[in-house]
Ligand binder design. Sequence first.
Ligand SMILES: O=C(O)C1=C[C@@H](OP(=O)(O)O)[C@@H](O)[C@H](O)C1
Ligand SMILES: C=C(OP(=O)(O)O)C(=O)O
Length: 457
Amino acid sequence: MNMSMTQPVSAPSHPAVRSLQVSRISTPLTGTVAVPGDKSISHRSLMFSALAEGETRIVGLLEGEDVLRTADAMRALGARITREDDGRWHVHGCGLGALKEPADVLDMGNSGTAARLLSGLLASHGMTSVMTGDASLRRRPMKRVTDPLAATGAVFLAREGGRLPLAIQGNANPPPLNYRLPMASAQVKSAVLLAGLNAEGETRVEEPVPTRDHTENMLRHFGAKVSVEETPEGGRVIRLQGKPRLIARDITVPGDPSSAAFVLVAALLVAGSDVVITNVGLNPLRTGLFTTLREMGARLDITNERTEGGEPVGDLHVKASSLLAVDVPADRAASMIDEYPVLAVAAAYARGISRFRGVEELRVKESDRLASTVALLEKNGVRTKVDGNDLIIYGTQGAIPGGGVVETHMDHRLAMSASVLGLVAENPVEIDDTAFIDTSFPGYFPLFNSLGAGFTA
Ligand SMILES: O=C(O)C1=C[C@@H](OP(=O)(O)O)[C@@H](O)[C@H](O)C1
Ligand SMILES: C=C(OP(=O)(O)O)C(=O)O
């Protein structure tokens, strides 16, 4: 067998600043593209296969910096992870409970998902570890995971406000946790469930609003017993039987709906566009944006629906549409949490006043996304208002003035949203730094240029 293994593909250290000016285009976006693999599923596939017995092969892994950080961390914890030249990844797991103490600080870069999920594993293994991240991640709250995880007997030492760097003294024999999430967060839910893998007995997590369930689905795929029950209030109770035997199973990662969002919104706004995005993940806990855009009048068809690797996938066919304002309910936020900045661009272009309700979780992302989305729009001549935890956007009916300089604050989604806004604004838009786009969407500019975007990056 000819299997050339290129040895470790690692995340680069801090990327160099890449500023960009984006000008309006006068020709439609047309063609067919496939966006990179789902970020949430990619992180989990590396972590869980590292805990499994045997070798897992992963097809379609997102090779963005966030996921490469997870690969580096799992290597440091003892898994053997390699990549073939054709893009397939191989993970030789250590077996549950057998992670080894990392010899150095684990640097999770820009990735909240990597840091928060990993903290559940580190807390439940008898080792001492230290985790850090870049300046953005070091600003983000970790107490939301260390508070519940402290009940495992693990000891955490963090900076003021529970920020990274974080030292963790894990407990090799943790008790199972019973925890009700105070906020809608798949990262916190997953951290508690992952700590429960190495605990004897049943871990129980209750979430007030259903959040993405990739952890539950993939743990089952590897052989764990996970049950899910709806609560009368519309939430969910997840139960995990501890100490499962996790057995390596191949994984196919679908295209990331959160990445498809940028192509989708650009195609809706640029006149005459007609674009197909193939193989996009359609897990119902991720598709709030599609529902919302359709409510706005988007011409969006989903075709070729099928199940691949246990997740629903399909192709998105989108045509330029005239959009109306929308009122997005708070209970939809979890199913589209990363899509609000680019939805804000669509609302700015639409006719009428939009309201995004209950978007407080945006304040704790790579940037304070409520503030940075407001600044993105205001600097480009679009009126906004923050009313408590709601964001209000005054649509321009296709006449976004533009001409602003956008500060992205190390936030990939802000940079991509600004680039979409620039394609339809009346005056060129300056973006201070697009380098962080590589954390979730490597190949972003070439993919857009293949559709005719004419980005000069
Ligand atoms: O679990 C995950 O993979 C993610 C959960 C979300 O974060 P929260 O759990 O903080 O909402 C999302 O914003 C992030 O990009 C990925
Ligand atoms: C919030 C995000 O990611 P993370 O929390 O993993 O940094 C995101 O990708 O938009």
